[in-house]
Design a protein around this ligand. Sequence first.
Ligand SMILES: CC(C)(COP(=O)(O)OP(=O)(O)OC[C@H]1O[C@@H](n2cnc3c(N)ncnc32)[C@H](O)[C@@H]1OP(=O)(O)O)[C@@H](O)C(=O)NCCC(=O)NCCS
Length: 165
Amino acid sequence: MSAETRVEVRPLIDTDRGWANQLIAEEWGSSLMVSRGVLYDMTIFPGFVAWRGPERVGLLTYRIAGHECEVMSLDSRAEGIGVGSALLAAVQTAAQLAGCSRLWLITTNDNVHALRFYQKRGFRLAALYPNALEASRRLKPQIPLIGLEGIPLRDEIELEIILDN
Ligand SMILES: CC(C)(COP(=O)(O)OP(=O)(O)OC[C@H]1O[C@@H](n2cnc3c(N)ncnc32)[C@H](O)[C@@H]1OP(=O)(O)O)[C@@H](O)C(=O)NCCC(=O)NCCS
């Protein structure tokens, strides 16, 4: 791989925050995100930033609660060159080092690309929450009715990797 395409992942630091907050607002419509009926302020979580040379090309944020680590967001600004995979590998290592027994995340029924992506990287389907988006919209009214590829946006899907700890 050439120097221009090599992807390096570093922990999110204070100087990344402005860029990270802007990316989240652009990709997710606001700095607030709903997961399993809870509204989160996305500007406070730890994370990892993917760099290609001098450019930031991806962001993953996560939260650790008890022995579980939830991926709160994952966004690649340079798809298909390993950014998403590298960020996931970094959070899996961080979760393992923190003593977590489970890495998990929520995606939505319309995000068939993410479902494919995560399953190919070891995640298993753990739960389906039918119609969960109805409750989420009460907390975050900007969530659209129609999601990616014209698919009605209705359900939350939980994916997980059980970690050896
Ligand atoms: C899902 C997402 C994070 C994937 O990020 P990405 O940077 O494209 O991920 P990768 O490059 O690691 O992998 C994507 C594909 O590129 C391929 N790829 C990885 N490195 C590659 C390389 N060096 N050369 C060519 N292809 C490569 C992978 O094989 C993969 O294909 P596969 O899923 O069939 O195996 C990205 O599409 C995204 O940001 N989506 C929008 C936000 C979103 O939906 N986030 C998840 C919400 S829960």
